[in-house]
Design a protein around this ligand. Structure first.
Ligand SMILES: Nc1ncnc2c1ncn2[C@@H]1O[C@H](COP(=O)(O)OP(=O)(O)OP(=O)(O)O)[C@@H](O)[C@H]1O
Length: 311
């Protein structure tokens, strides 16, 4: 069982603190979604785990050891950081063969991972003819080549079509079921929710949440009711009098926070206000995530000159 351990990890680039005192552990047998807005520090953390950069302070280890000290790195950690990072003039198969040979891996693994990633029929084509989605698959094939217990993928759904997105979801689930440690970054909450058991959320290089997915959902569950009646103002007054927070929406409906439709319906009936529509709504996961990272987004809006570097 091999974990990824990040302890008091800090990385500064000049005056930019990309990673700021991060501590978390990524455990085996689970898919951990690594979330955060653009620029939150996800890729930097992954690069530090892979020894591609040196921490300013703190440590990032795999199974208690720094990556550089691993005897057989591809057999221990498989990673996809940048799908463009392959010789464009090589064929997909030759790219994987070269990796296998230089890392002492069985050549037979090449055809297995090509099959596993759906690239068998494209394996003889030069990588420069590959679509972004095919390059992502090739990067994932390379990550799986050494059959490693730890897998780290940076935005693996990038460029994949809907079929590819379902494929990656199932692959991630299977890798976790096999007992592997799987860390997958994304800036999309709903996508992450479809495959992750656990969440690590970053904002401005800091840890905002480290929680099981289920607990995150429960903690951020927030009920509200949307209601439309023939007498909106009167209904609103009655609701406010009962202590509800009520807002008029652009579409003419009222939104009542922390409320259940059954209670609002009963209140409207007591007041004699005819109700035309009454719907229970739960905040979506995406909303909960945006609320969590809102401070970071505000910071980005105020401090990013063009406003375009982050979203
Ligand atoms: N080599 C570098 N030199 C200078 N600054 C860097 C470098 N790498 C990252 N940064 C800065 O560190 C911060 C974190 O970037 P990082 O790429 O780790 O974020 P991220 O969460 O992976 O974002 P994205 O989703 O956009 O990839 C950003 O402000 C980025 O500009």
């Amino acid at each position: 069982m091999t974990s990824i351990e990040v302890t008091a990890l800090t990385k500064e680039y000049g005056s930019t603190r990309a990673v700021d005192g991060l501590t978390f552990t990524v455990e085996p047998g689970k898919v951990t979604g690594f979330l955060g807005p653009n620029g939150a520090g996800k890729s930097t953390t992954m690069r530090l785990v892979l020894g591609l950069d040196r921490p300013t302070s703190g440590t990032a280890t795999v199974g208690g050891r720094v990556y550089a000290s691993l005897a057989d790195p591809l057999r221990e950690v498989g990673a996809l950081l940048d799908a463009q990072n392959a010789h464009a003039s090589r064929t997909g198969r030759n790219h994987l063969r070269a990796l296998a040979v230089s890392n002492g891996l069985a050549p037979g693994r090449v055809d297995e991972v090509l099959e596993e990633t759906g690239l068998t029929s494209a394996a003889g084509r030069r990588i420069k003819t590959y679509s972004l989605g095919m390059r992502q698959r090739l990067g994932i094939a390379a990550a799986l080549l050494g059959d490693p217990p730890v897998i780290m993928l940076d935005e693996p759904s990038n460029g994949l079509d809907p079929e590819g997105i379902i494929w990656i979801r199932e692959l991630l689930r299977r890798l976790a079921r096999e007992g592997r440690t799987v860390l997958v970054s994304s800036h999309l909450m709903n996508e992450t929710a479809s495959f992750a058991d656990h969440l690590v959320v970053l904002g401005r290089g800091r840890l905002l949440a480290d929680t099981p997915m289920r607990a995150f959902l429960d903690a951020h569950r927030h009920d509200r009711v949307r209601v439309r009646s023939t007498e909106q103002s009167r209904l609103r007054e009655a609701l406010v009098k009962q202590g509800y927070a009520v807002a008029f929406d652009e579409d003419g409906k009222l939104t009542v926070e922390d409320a259940q439709a059954a209670d609002i319906g009963a209140l409207a009936a007591r007041e004699g206000v005819p109700v035309l529509e009454l719907v229970d709504e739960q905040t979506s996961l995406e909303q909960a995530y945006l609320a969590l990272t809102a401070e970071d987004a505000e910071f980005a809006a105020q401090h990013t000159p063009s406003g375009a570097a982050r979203s």
